[in-house]
Design a protein around this ligand. Structure first.
Ligand code: 5GP
Ligand code: MG
Ligand code: MG
Length: 184
């Protein structure tokens, strides 16, 4: 789906399809510089928002890798994460001794990722790093060391390229700011 298909629901296009693709390629080059085929890096995608990033990043990487998925839900008001996280779908992979790279769509408060980092490290992974396409620096509540960040964006609610509002807009090819009339 293109922006034109939901023009009235988006106030501003933040990142075009081309910009996203360029950034994914840039992130892939940086990741390739840090790992080798022998590392057998395990990409862990966080469902469901990271599906598009994962699909594009994995195909862009010239690296032997595995992919697995986790689904987590953060207890709270619904619009804000509380930091108390529940696993809805766990990894199928034993990550003991593995080099893990978490693939995320966006870091907002950082609470979910901070919990996930601790959880995966406690399983005895050799390393756990994070790759996030977007980060909202103004919203960060907990400092986490994110090795690969695509774009720092303003503190607005964005949708598209995997990111939803009430499960809609995930299939939008670009990323845009959701118009207030949609959620008010
Ligand atoms: P955190 O624990 O960092 O606050 O929560 C991050 C999660 O909240 C993201 O993985 C994403 O699912 C959701 N989220 C945070 N900001 C946005 C946003 O601007 N748009 C959308 N669609 N989801 C967001
Ligand atoms: Mg996410
Ligand atoms: Mg969501």
């Amino acid at each position: 789906m293109d922006i034109d298909d939901v023009r009235d629901d988006i106030t501003e296009v933040l990142l075009t399809e081309e910009q996203i693709a360029g950034k994914i390629a840039e992130l892939a080059r940086r990741i390739e510089a840090d790992y080798t085929d022998d590392d057998d890096v395990l990409l862990v995608g966080v469902l469901r928002g990271a599906v598009m990033v994962m699909a594009d990043l994995a195909r862009e990487l010239r690296l032997q890798l595995n992919m697995d998925w986790m689904a987590v839900s953060s207890y709270g008001s619904g619009t804000q994460s509380s930091g108390v996280v529940r696993i809805l779908k766990d990894l199928d992979t034993d990550i003991t001794g593995r080099k893990v790279l978490i693939v995320e769509d966006i870091i907002d408060s950082g609470l979910t990722l901070s919990w996930l980092l601790a959880n995966l490290r406690s399983r005895g992974a050799a390393s756990v790093e994070i790759c996030a396409l977007l980060r909202k620096p103004e919203a960060v509540k907990v400092e986490i060391d994110v090795r690969y960040v695509g774009y720092d964006i303003p503190n607005a609610f964005v949708v598209g390229y995997g990111l939803d509002y009430a499960e809609r807009y995930r299939n939008l090819k670009s990323i845009g700011v959701l118009a207030p009339h949609v959620y008010s």
